[in-house]
Design a protein around this ligand. Structure first.
Ligand SMILES: *Cc1c(COP(=O)(O)O)cnc(C)c1O
Length: 363
């Protein structure tokens, strides 16, 4: 093996900003109760599985998928309440949509702006696409928007695009609506409101589309219970979406995803019942966590609960939970505002009970 030559080749040709990155790490969850990634813990009833399998039997995979996903898009429009006069573009997960937007807007000196702690893919994708990244800190006490800092950062960097997750990940809170409107009105470029957690809240900017030339809304079916399908969408003025669509690879939504998502959304009631159960469990889990000694529990509109543990205990609690068979996300060690915090995904009643029992023993 020509290791020296190989190393030199890689060093020479792979861009330095890529070489310096750590690969996105996904924890091994084998055998563990998985409360680390905001997945819906419920699976499909047997009858629905049978119907789905029967439908897949008739799909021909020798053909390329419909590049316009013409069966799926009307179903998504209806399920997600997308205004008729707005365009829709699909992505292989909303992660791909972030990438498409960044590729279309990147250029020398162009900035992608977001808030921190926030969704890490915004920063990573800005890096991949050669954009500058500006992460404005949230307020330390409640993770709300720091408006003076944001206004100043927007003035200074004139961002091509601002990403705001609503509700935010990893903190779970909803930012103040009027403050988001303020940002939309003061941003010189595009503002993407990322509504990945919309199944767990009643708040949305979908109804504001068209009111602002620079507003688009991003959604995904991942958190409602279809994370394995990889399907996200962008809704907004067609003028923007027509440009983004030029960057999108023509067959980015595979045929199995198209028919499976369309099928699933025709049975929306099943998923609504599941997300209702998750919301109820979120309330129960939150109440139980508040009663445990030493925890600060932050209010959440998502299917996650952020907790601050006693100083210096995050790592040990994470390890202890894992030893007890429960995988969560340790946020401590990332952003300074996340010191001593853990992120708990809301699971089934049984999973949440296992988490609570283990935490009670460890605290
Ligand atoms: C999970 C998540 C996404 C990614 O969704 P995919 O559609 O699965 O790629 C996007 N934004 C936020 C804020 C998320 O937490």
């Amino acid at each position: 093996m020509p290791t020296n030559d190989l190393e030199q080749l890689v060093q020479h040709w792979v861009r330095p900003e890529i070489r310096s990155l750590a690969a996105y790490h996904v924890a091994d969850a084998a055998g563990l109760i998985k409360l680390d990634a905001m997945e819906n813990p419920y699976t499909w009833p047997d009858q629905l599985r049978d119907e789905w399998a029967a439908m897949l039997r008739d799909i021909d995979v020798n053909r390329y998928p419909d590049p316009l996903a013409s069966g799926l898009v009307p179903q998504l429009r209806q399920s997600m309440g997308i205004p008729d006069h707005m365009g829709v573009m699909l992505g292989n997960g909303s992660d791909e949509i972030i990438q498409i937007i960044a590729m279309a807007l990147a250029g020398p000196g162009r900035t992608l702006l977001s808030v921190e702690p926030g969704f890490v893919m915004y920063k990573m994708i800005a890096g991949f696409c050669g954009m500058k990244y500006c992460g404005v800190s949230l307020k330390g006490d409640d993770f709300s928007l720091d408006m003076p800092a944001l206004r100043q950062a927007i003035d200074e960097t004139e961002p091509a695009v601002v990403f705001l997750a609503y509700p935010n990940n990893p903190t779970g809170n909803l930012f103040d609506r009027d403050q988001i409107v303020d940002i939309i009105e003061s941003a010189p470029g595009l503002v993407v409101v990322d509504e990945a957690y919309v199944p767990f809240t009643d708040a949305t900017f979908m109804g504001e589309l068209g009111r602002y030339d620079n507003l688009v809304v991003m959604r995904t079916v991942s958190k409602m219970g279809l994370a394995g399908l990889r399907l996200g969408l962008l809704a907004g003025p067609r003028r923007w979406l027509d440009e983004f669509d030029k960057v999108r690879l023509p067959y980015n939504i595979n045929v199995l995803t198209q028919v499976s998502a369309e099928f699933a959304l025709r049975h929306q009631a099943v998923f609504d019942r599941q997300t209702e159960a998750i919301r109820a469990e979120r309330a129960r889990l939150t109440d139980a966590l508040v009663r445990l000694p030493g925890l600060t529990v932050f209010p959440s509109d998502a299917n996650l609960v952020l907790v601050r543990v006693p100083v210096g205990r995050a790592e040990a609690l994470f390890d202890g939970l894992k030893a007890a068979g429960v995988l969560i996300k340790k946020l401590d060690g990332g952003h300074p505002l996340l010191a001593d915090t853990l992120r708990l995904t809301v699971g089934t009643a049984e999973e949440n009970d296992a988490l609570l029992r283990a935490l009670e023993t460890l605290l």
